[in-house]
Design a protein around this ligand. Structure first.
Ligand code: ASP
Length: 352
């Protein structure tokens, strides 16, 4: 039985998508994305967020504020032990500890709050909202964020489910052929672990009500097996989330480091402020992410295209919405006031 090294393993994970694509059909567009207009409710989320958009819409219709509505929406996924990428049940860091990142932003006040590397609390999005409302700060991390949550009555809980622990243990056992961790059959391990090594999962949810109030939230357990203390784009205002009540809201999922370096969600909102539709703005920001990534050869495949996935989601003041991904095959969730549906995201590059 052959073993594989940690480096080889990670490279394989990142390169998986690269192996399966064909060619650059640039700027694939998913068509028109019009909502019910300025006076309509709308909720948009990443592809894993259909339950969130449904919940957010129901709450807004009953008079809830859009920020409370999107947070209640993502809480469903944060509290779901079967979702291995967000909140409780998330795949842990390299030491087997679940560390969560989340941010919220509220249009009318342009206020924001975030937590990063938060341990033992199932719903980091709620803590992020308290950072916004009950502190003079915008971001709390690690131990300080945990103490703050406990001061507000949050209960510490073990977030590592049996499923996530088993995934982590298999990864640990396959790190190296020069340690004392012994792995079972390699092929099985590779098949089971690949999705987690690529990690993809974060939920972003954006909403607007009939008074034009915009709000957003992004929450995640971050990359599977990340270094302890690693903070992704989700809790960084301007990267994983940005809301400008005069223009629109945007959020992201995917390769956080590339997005932090380009202030992606801020860019999407800037592009919308210049008159672009949400989908066009997402595509344009994705082009910037791809262009900047091309300066780091390690991030490119043999054909010079990004080896990573990334997605943006956007909603403007008029209730139009859109999404774009680096690669084809991604979806996003939207409740446009009439129907809760999943739509295809536009994309820069087409997979085979
Ligand atoms: N953006 C998240 C991060 O970098 C990961 C993801 O969306 O899958 O932590």
């Amino acid at each position: 039985m052959s073993r594989f090294s940690r480096r080889g393993f990670i490279r394989t994970g990142l390169g998986m998508a690269a192996a399966s694509w064909l060619l650059p059909v640039k700027n694939g567009s998913a068509g028109s994305r019009s909502g019910g207009g300025e006076n309509a409710f709308c909720a948009v989320a990443s592809g894993n967020g259909s339950r969130a958009t449904e919940k957010a819409m129901n709450l807004m219709r009953r008079g809830s504020d859009p920020l409370d509505a999107v947070i209640a929406g993502v809480n469903i996924v944060e509290e779901d032990p079967d979702d291995a990428s967000v909140g409780y049940g998330g795949v842990p860091n390299e030491e087997g500890v679940v560390e969560l990142d989340a941010s919220v932003m509220y249009g009318p006040t342009h206020a924001a709050g975030a937590v990063a590397s938060l341990r033992n609390i199932k719903t980091p999005s709620r803590v992020a909202k308290l950072v916004m409302e009950r502190t003079g700060h915008a971001l709390l991390v690690g131990e300080g964020a945990l103490r703050f949550a406990k001061a507000h009555g949050f209960k510490e809980e073990d977030l590592l489910t049996e499923k996530a622990r088993a995934i982590w243990l298999k990864w640990k056992e396959t790190l190296s052929d020069r340690d004392f961790w012994l792995s079972p059959d390699e092929k099985t391990i590779m098949a089971e672990l690949r999705p987690y090594a690529e990690h993809y999962g974060t939920i972003n949810c954006l909403a607007k009500n009939s008074d034009g109030v915009l709000a957003g939230v992004t929450t995640t357990s971050g990359y599977a097996f990340k270094l302890p203390g690693r903070v992704g784009d989700s809790p960084i205002i301007g990267a994983g989330l940005y809301v400008d009540n005069a223009v629109g809201a945007a959020g992201s999922t995917g390769y956080g480091e590339a997005n932090i370096r380009t202030c992606g969600s801020f860019l999407v909102v800037q592009f919308m402020s210049q008159g672009r539709s949400p989908e066009e703005a997402c595509l344009k920001a994705m082009q910037v992410v791809a262009e900047k990534a091309s300066l780091l050869p390690g991030l490119l495949d043999a054909e010079g295209r990004p080896r990573f996935g990334h997605s943006f989601y956007a909603l403007n003041k008029k209730g139009d919405f859109g999404s774009a991904s680096m690669w084809s095959g991604h979806t996003f969730a939207v409740h446009d006031g009439t129907e809760n549906k999943r739509l295809e995201s536009a994309y820069l590059y087409k997979r085979k």
